[in-house]
Design a protein. Structure first.
Length: 289
């Protein structure tokens, strides 16, 4: 009888602990969903979701050079993001191409239906186009575009990689749970000024964020395979990408010739930062010349 009483007591204790654990998980889930839903956006209508918006098109500047640079824009952005840098490099004799990455420059719903493999195919097609024009092709990109450039270099013969604020660690912890949140919170929103709203999405599909996390994982697996020279640019004040990302890339990349430049100030998209872009342009030109 004494043994039976002990068993019943232990069962009650275990049940109480289980209930506490379940309660904690439920509370955590509620807090998580509230954090996401604080910036929830309405879903978009389907009409015209695949139409490229004016000013968001891919661009090519063919200088007939033996050296070319592929420039890849970031998540929810468009080729406009890298256009100034592209024009600068073209003025210095480089053929430049900036593709429109799949799902971008159209609508957030279109982006929600793409995978990181679709983004990579866009980058790979751009690389193939330039390889048909020039013997030496550099690949570079901003943020997600930088991750795609690194993955390209791991799989193809390039002359070098320009990594600008490339994503390894994001500042927003909620991105780690996007794979679950996409079923509850399909879109989140951020305020943009009138100019940026022409070339970036205000609404970000949570499914796209989940794909970005998959791309980061894949890039980290392959980064040791990169043997080409690499230039890594990162701003300490980056509010989107944790600056520790630059350290991870530098320490884990397989390249023997690598350079890391950390700016004390500056924005995530430093190549459009009026206070920083000229310095960044000069460093990039020195790397590719």
């Amino acid at each position: 009888m004494e043994t039976l009483g002990i068993r019943r007591y232990m069962n009650r204790v275990i049940s109480a602990k289980s209930l506490k654990n379940v309660t904690f998980i439920v509370i955590l889930l509620i807090v998580f969903l509230l954090a996401f839903s604080s910036c929830t956006a309405k879903e978009h209508p389907d009409a015209g979701k695949n139409m490229v918006k004016d000013g968001n098109e891919a661009f090519m500047i063919d200088k007939g050079s033996e050296k070319a640079v592929l420039l890849l824009h970031g998540f929810t952005a468009s080729p406009w993001e890298v256009k100034e840098l592209g024009e600068f490099l073209a003025e210095n004799g480089f053929t430049v191409y900036a593709p429109l990455i799949a799902g971008h420059g159209t609508s957030p719903e279109n982006l929600a239906e793409t995978s990181w493999q679709d983004w990579y195919r866009s980058a790979e097609q751009g690389y193939a186009m330039l390889k048909g024009k020039a013997d030496c092709v550099y690949v570079g990109g901003v943020s997600t575009g930088g991750s795609l450039a690194l993955l390209l270099a791991a799989e193809h013969d390039t002359c070098g990689v320009i990594s600008i604020s490339s994503t390894v660690y994001l500042q927003d912890w909620k991105a780690n749970f996007a794979v679950i949140a996409k079923y509850f919170i399909p879109y989140t929103t951020r305020p943009l000024n009138d100019e940026d709203a022409k070339y970036y999405y205000e609404e970000r599909p949570t499914a796209g964020v989940a794909q970005l996390m998959n791309l980061i994982s894949e890039t980290k697996k392959r980064i040791g395979d990169i043997k080409e020279k690499v230039l890594i640019l990162q701003a300490k004040g980056d509010r989107t990408v944790n600056p520790a990302s630059a350290d991870y890339i530098f320490e884990n990349i397989g390249s023997e010739k690598k350079e890391k430049v950390i700016f004390e100030n500056g924005q995530h998209v430093m190549i459009r930062d009026e206070n920083l872009k000229e310095e960044a342009f000069a460093i990039i030109l020195g790397f590719v010349e």
